[in-house]
Design a protein around this ligand. Structure first.
Ligand code: CO
Length: 133
C-alpha cells in the first residue's frame, strides 16, 4: 500500500478568516500552519486533526484554479491529499493504473512538502494530491 495517511482534506472557501473562525467556534480548532502558495494562487490554513489536516483554501488571484473551482461549483470539498513516502513512485503507479496527471513530475508544495496533482477525470471524480513530507 503506497498511501500512508490521509494528509489533508482541502476545502475551498471564499473568506478564509470566516472559515477559520467557524472551525474555531464549531470544533475548537486551532491553526497549525498558514501559508501563501504563490505558484498555485492560494492561501491555506491547516487545522490539525490527529495526524492529518483540514486544509482551508482560498484563492489569492482570480485566475487561480481554486478561484475557477469556486466560480464553477461554489465553495466546498476541493481535493484530497494522500500522504506517500515517495511521490515520484506513487505518481508513476497512478499513471500506470490509468490516472491522468496534472503534474507530470513531483513539485514543491506547502510546508516544504513534495506534491503531484492528478486530474479527477482519471480518478473517479476526485482531484487527488500526492503529498510527500
Ligand atoms: Co492540498
Amino acid at each position: 500500500m503506497l498511501l500512508t495517511e490521509i494528509d489533508h482534506v482541502a476545502i475551498a472557501v471564499r473568506d478564509l478568516e470566516a472559515a477559520i473562525d467557524y472551525y474555531k467556534r464549531a470544533f475548537g480548532a486551532t491553526v497549525d500552519h498558514r501559508e501563501v502558495v504563490e505558484s498555485d494562487g492560494v492561501e491555506e490554513a491547516l487545522l490539525k486533526v490527529a495526524e492529518s489536516y483540514v486544509q482551508l483554501l482560498t484563492p489569492t488571484r482570480d485566475d487561480s484554479p481554486v478561484a475557477k473551482a469556486i466560480e464553477k461549483r461554489g465553495e466546498g470539498l476541493h481535493h484530497i491529499g494522500y500522504r506517500v513516502n515517495d511521490c515520484a513512485a506513487a505518481l508513476e503507479a497512478m499513471v500506470a493504473a490509468g490516472a491522468t496527471p496534472i503534474d507530470t513530475a513531483p513539485r514543491p508544495g506547502s510546508r516544504g512538502t513534495t506534491v503531484a496533482f492528478m486530474h479527477p477525470k482519471g480518478s473517479f471524480g476526485t482531484l487527488i494530491e500526492l503529498v510527500q513530507e
